[in-house]
Design a protein around this ligand. Structure first.
Ligand SMILES: [Zn+2]
Length: 262
């Protein structure tokens, strides 16, 4: 377990040229104001109409390149963000996802095509962020074959190794003060409310110095296999999250507010 104090990572999901222009701009302002080096989870070939919020921004890729140059880490966020597969994920939060359960050959092709698109835009993706947390052993194998060695997911309190790949946990969907550990706060510019953005701003004003980057987190915290106790803690955290939505049918988890999605 890392020593105190806690460190945080910010992750912005569902980025593509049609992201909400107004709210994406507000998040970019926070990144610049507080000198953050977040994870930028980009959909390479978006076909999900829920992510078509604003007209395509011709400057979108320029902005991403600038943010990456300033230290942000670009993540491959699925391929087309179309969730139609019912396979079981390694992070069992949603019943219908884009990747879990899809054939190995198709996953490999989607990951290769997605990476090619991002690289053709001059980006250097090095992390995987699965739409709706949906990925399986075949996904990890394809990622490793394509040179991606880090996933952002899971409910442990520190980076860890599992299935031959490094996991940087993602446990929060809004700022929560913690004593120790590494906590990734996932936000969705398409759906973030004014109150949620203001809460993040207030948290950053108090704790910006405790926000780290992917590179620093991996270097400082040296991922290793979780202990049995840590695995149980992570499983309990996942179950608490699932149970917190128990009044809704599990099958509808995938259509919950994006703040609990990915
Ligand atoms: Zn997503």
């Amino acid at each position: 377990m890392p020593r105190e104090p806690a460190q945080y990572l910010l992750r912005l999901d569902d980025l593509c040229p049609t992201v909400s222009a107004e709210r994406w701009k507000r998040f970019q302002s926070l990144i610049e104001e507080f000198h953050l080096q977040p994870i930028l989870a980009v959909v390479p070939d978006n076909r999900d109409h829920e992510l078509q919020v604003s007209p395509p921004d011709p400057a979108f890729w320029d902005r991403l390149r600038a943010l990456e140059s300033a230290g942000a880490s670009v993540a491959l966020h699925g391929y087309r963000h179309l969730c139609t597969s019912r396979g079981r994920s390694l992070v069992d939060l949603h019943r219908v996802t884009e990747f879990a359960g899809v054939s190995a050959a198709t996953q490999r092709a989607w990951i290769a095509k997605g990476l090619r698109i991002l690289r053709d835009h001059g980006l250097h993706p090095k992390i995987w962020v699965a739409p709706r947390h949906g990925f399986d052993a075949q996904t990890i194998r394809a990622l490793l074959e394509e040179g991606i060695a880090i996933v952002s997911d899971g409910f442990a309190r520190r980076p860890f190794l599992r299935g031959g790949i490094t996991w940087i946990p993602q446990q929060l969907w809004g700022p929560v003060e913690k004593d120790r550990g590494l906590w990734t706060i996932c936000v969705h510019p398409n759906t973030a409310s004014d109150a949620e953005i203001e809460a993040l701003r207030n948290f950053l004003a108090a704790h910006a110095a405790r926000f780290t980057s992917v590179d620093r987190a991996v270097a400082d915290l040296q991922p290793a296999t979780l202990t049995l106790v840590e695995r149980i803690q992570a499983e309990c955290a996942l179950r608490r999250l699932t149970l917190s939505h128990s009044l809704r049918p599990i099958r509808r988890l995938g259509s919950l507010r994006k703040s609990k999605s990915a």
